[in-house]
Ligand binder design. Structure first.
Ligand code: G3H
Length: 483
């Protein structure tokens, strides 16, 4: 349910199959990062309403796990169809709410529908296994173990602002198809997009109580949700600090955490520099660098550094800067705090001797794409995640030095290696402590059925369609003792 007063819509939260206003009587304003107006209000729900949501989910999950996989599949296919039908409406909201270009926002919705369908198909083709006892010494053929996967119960799904639909559905779809219920806590900035996505699920006829959307202030319901005894698994994507705090509070339940990154783009002496630059620019600056998988530092061999920097500079100048409504790549950051942080990183680097190749200009939340050369390990920008359009260039004298700097990071999400020598590529890839290495390509999560893994400060557990289904189920063994 949505009410609109003076052109500002107030969105309900979704509890036990109904759209409701919170008993708190309070709402949270959602301010567009580039229009700077309130584009909507979401409910600031209470702890009691969180309890109601969890109880509704627990109740609904039992029946949902009982019905056949084929039946569950139907609801999810309907959901994907609804999302495609609503793509323009949802993309418009994503654009206004998180400042992503309309084209990218629409792609996000379509990617999500594809993700849901693939998830269903993967689940339909996942089988358990059986084992006979006699392969173990002293064991008997008359013992047969049936190993199957069963749902965990109620999954708490917490996505970030930057993919408010896709990264939410990447948690909901695997949870639901494998028989779980979901408590969905959208990022506050991104909550309207999340609500719209659930409107599509509601239209698809999802049984009541199975998915509940809880919007509210982190200070009121954040820890309460994470520590709630009715939650059986948490899938979180967001910042490393929040993820670390969450892990401390969650207790003994399975967690999948996809956190920050400081993905290096390693450019070897023999790399195709034009190609490398193309991938680096797209990796570093798409959606203003507000991607966990953005390339966040370049480690380039000193012999080709000048040439690479020149090409990167040219490519940066081609980037469109401005409003997401004009389809720009470089758009205002999610809030002024994010822009302030980047300015602090740039100022620190300049104070310690880095050179601005281009950029270092700000208009409100809009940070122009900034290339910093001669960055060294004393500078914060060499190690910290900016989540914005600033790219530090660190010159190295050998591949080994690049590997050492890459591994010194607290993060371990992805890395790119650019070289024409496949043996060198594998040798470097084998030494880098990250979840995935991209050879001659930008760092990125997709295609979405690939395992997506963060190590060290970049997370724990794995996503990617099959991995997500596995993380939201557990193995259950039933042993048949034949007479
Ligand atoms: O921000 C984190 C996302 O998982 C990155 O996804 O590589 O598809 O942009 P992406």
């Amino acid at each position: 349910m949505t009410t609109t007063v003076l052109n500002v819509s107030t969105y309900s939260f979704y509890l036990n199959g109904e759209w409701k206003e919170s008993k708190s009587g309070q709402t949270i304003d959602i301010v567009s990062p580039y229009r700077h107006d309130v584009i909507g209000k979401v409910q600031a729900i209470t702890k009691e309403e969180v309890d109601e949501a969890v109880h509704a989910a627990q109740k609904a999950q039992k029946g949902w796990a009982e019905i056949s996989l084929q039946e569950r599949a139907k609801y999810l296919y309907n959901w994907a169809d609804e999302l495609v039908r609503m793509q323009s409406e949802i993309a418009e909201i994503i654009m206004k709410e998180v400042g992503k270009s309309l084209k990218d926002a629409r792609n996000e919705v379509v990617r999500t529908a594809d993700f849901i369908r693939y998830t269903v198909e993967e689940a339909l083709h996942m089988n358990g296994e059986s084992m006979k006892g006699d392969s173990f010494p002293g064991g008997s053929k008359s013992k047969v173990a049936i190993v199957e996967r069963v749902p965990l119960g109620v999954v708490l799904a917490i996505p970030p602002f930057n993919y408010p639909v896709n990264l939410a559905a990447a948690k909901l779809a695997p949870a639901l198809i494998s028989g779980n219920a979901v408590i969905f806590k959208p990022a506050t900035q991104g909550a309207i997009s999340g609500i719209k996505m659930i409107e599509a699920l509601h239209q698809a006829g999802i049984p009541q109580g199975l998915v509940n959307v809880v919007t509210g202030r982190g200070s009121v319901i954040g820890d309460y949700l994470v520590e709630h005894k009715g939650i059986n698994m948490i899938s979180f994507t967001g910042g490393t600090n929040t993820g670390t705090q969450l892990a401390k509070k969650a207790g003994m339940i399975p967690l999948v955490l996809e956190l920050g990154g400081k993905d290096p783009g390693i450019v070897c002496e023999d790399a195709d520099l034009q190609e490398a630059a193309k991938h680096i620019i797209s990796g570093a600056f798409s959606y203003s660098g507000q991607r966990c998988t953005a390339i966040k530092r370049v480690l380039v061999h000193e012999k080709v550094a000048n040439e690479l920097v020149n090409i990167l500079k040219e490519e940066v100048h081609k980037l469109s800067v401005g409003s997401p409504e004009d389809g720009c790549t470089i758009v205002p950051l999610i809030d002024s705090k994010a822009a302030d942080f980047i300015q602090i990183l740039i100022a620190d680097a300049l104070g310690k001797g880095a050179e601005v190749v281009t950029g270092n200009k700000r208009e409100g939340n809009l940070i122009y794409p900034t290339l910093l050369d001669d960055v060294n390990d004393t500078m914060r920008v060499a190690w910290e995640e900016p989540f914005g359009p600033v790219l530090p260039i660190i010159r190295v004298s050998s591949d080994q030095e690049a590997v050492d700097i890459a591994n010194e990071s607290e993060f371990g999400l992805q890395a790119s290696v650019f070289t024409k020598d496949i043996n060198k590529a594998f040798s470097i890839a084998n030494k880098i402590e990250v979840g995935s290495v991209q050879i001659n390509g930008r760092t990125e999560r997709g295609p979405d059925h690939f395992p997506f893994i963060g190590v060290k400060g970049s997370g724990m557990g794995a996503q990617g369609i099959r991995k997500s289904i596995e993380s939201m189920t557990r193995e259950k063994v039933t042993v048949l003792n034949l007479q």
